[in-house]
Design a protein around this ligand. Structure first.
Ligand code: NAD
Length: 365
């Protein structure tokens, strides 16, 4: 059969060093008269300074934590209603952007936020405008219709068109302060998005091309960004890789490594990127086929074995956890079960059951 696909990418993307300065004109262009900024502690002081200078910034929620809690989105939505905002701007890593997305989606609703979170009721038909400004290079959340929210110890990935940002400003300068460990975790998240979008059962031609370029950029720039956070060329290439990684999984969705990342984050508290990287080299070996060999050749690697070795080397360099013994006491049966039944495992090109996953975890090096 000839080539067939449907490709949609509705987010206006402004990319470049210093482009965050265009936020005011972007809000004006989008017809936003008042907005709330959702961000984490690292950006909160800057957001408050911006609020003093720009009357369009009517409120700041500066309390977004890693693995963001639903309560943060509820508070952001409350602020938005209080100041009658028409937009929520998420400035930060995936946690801040996902909080902004959820807040914008529920702000105009009259149901309990938990009802939306649990899918008991559909999201309100009216929502606030979402603007995403990533300050890490990893999640690609600025171009996806996904919001990952935690409620207590439960972490849910909610995939819904209501979360699609209207616009994103990707300014690599904002990522120059990310500490080395987060640089490594988030950079490997970008790599995982690209590889998983590429090998997902639902992969498609445009996404494939972006995935290949994202893999090349990560392999060529992540170590430099990790060693020298002030190297703007490496930061810029990683910001672009993260954006391309987001675009390459936005439609195909992710697969085995991401399915495993959820139990690893929920039960063993690994940050998202580290949790994806934990099994990424294993899945390179499991999913190795002619298409993946072709990707490797196109990014200048000999074969999939070299790709797996490069991922393992980056994990080693960054001091990331790599084996079951690094996780402390592990309930392997539960871990294998929870990974096997996660919805994203269905997208993996090679079927994985509990027995195969148990053996994969036992063979981690
Ligand atoms: P994060 O947003 O949790 O941030 C990690 C840490 O880095 C935080 O402490 C944050 O305050 C800090 N930080 C962020 N930017 C900084 C900067 N410029 N300088 C200094 N410190 C900075 O990490 P993340 O990896 O970007 O996001 C992870 C979250 O995103 C997880 O919840 C994950 O599940 C989710 N996620 C969402 C999508 C999506 O499409 N929506 C995709 C992948 C991951």
């Amino acid at each position: 059969m000839g080539r067939e696909f449907v490709y949609t990418q509705p987010v206006k993307i402004i990319f470049g060093e210093g482009k965050f300065a265009l936020l005011g004109s972007l809000l004006e262009e989008l017809g936003v008269s008042k907005c709330v900024i959702a961000c984490g502690r690292h950006f909160a002081p800057t957001a408050l300074q911006m609020q003093e200078k720009d009357s369009r910034i009517a409120a700041v929620f500066g309390g977004v934590e890693q693995n963001p809690q639903l309560s943060g989105a509820i508070e952001t939505a409350r602020l938005a209603r209080e100041v009658k905002a028409d937009a929520v701007v998420g400035v930060g890593g995936g946690s801040a952007i996902d909080t902004a997305k959820f807040a914008a989606a529920i702000a105009l609703g009259d149901r309990d936020a938990e009802d939306y979170y649990r899918g008991k009721v559909p999201f309100p038909s009216e929502r606030l405008t979402i603007v995403a400004v990533p300050t890490t290079a990893g999640t690609g959340s600025e171009v996806t219709q996904v919001s990952v929210m935690s409620h207590g110890t439960e972490k849910r990935t909610i995939n819904n068109p209501v979360f699609m940002p209207k616009a994103a400003i990707v300014d690599p300068v904002l990522s120059s302060t990310v500490p080395p460990r987060t640089t490594m975790n988030t950079g490997l998240d970008a790599l995982a998005h690209a590889l998983e979008g590429y090998w997902s059962k639902n992969h498609q031609p445009i996404s494939d091309l972006m995935a290949i370029e994202a893999v090349r950029l990560v392999l060529e720039n992540l170590e430099t960004a990790w060693r020298d956070g002030g190297n703007m060329e490496a930061r810029s290439n990683m910001a672009f890789a993260s954006l391309l990684g987001g675009l390459s999984f936005a439609l195909p969705k992710t697969a085995g490594s991401h399915a495993c990342s959820y139990p690893l984050s929920e039960d063993y508290h690994l940050p998202h990127g580290e949790a994806c990287a934990f099994t990424l080299d294993s899945f390179v070996r499991i999913n190795a086929d002619e298409r993946l060999e072709e990707l490797c050749r196109r990014v200048g690697l000999k074969d999939t074995e070299e790709l797996a070795a490069r991922i393992a080397a980056l994990k080693e360099l960054g001091g990331l956890r790599k084996t079951l013994s690094d996780l402390g006491e592990v309930d392997l049966d539960k871990l294998a079960h929870d990974c096997a039944v996660h919805g994203l495992m269905q997208n993996n090109p090679v079927p994985m059951d509990e027995a195969k996953l148990r053996s994969m975890f036992l063979n981690l090096k």
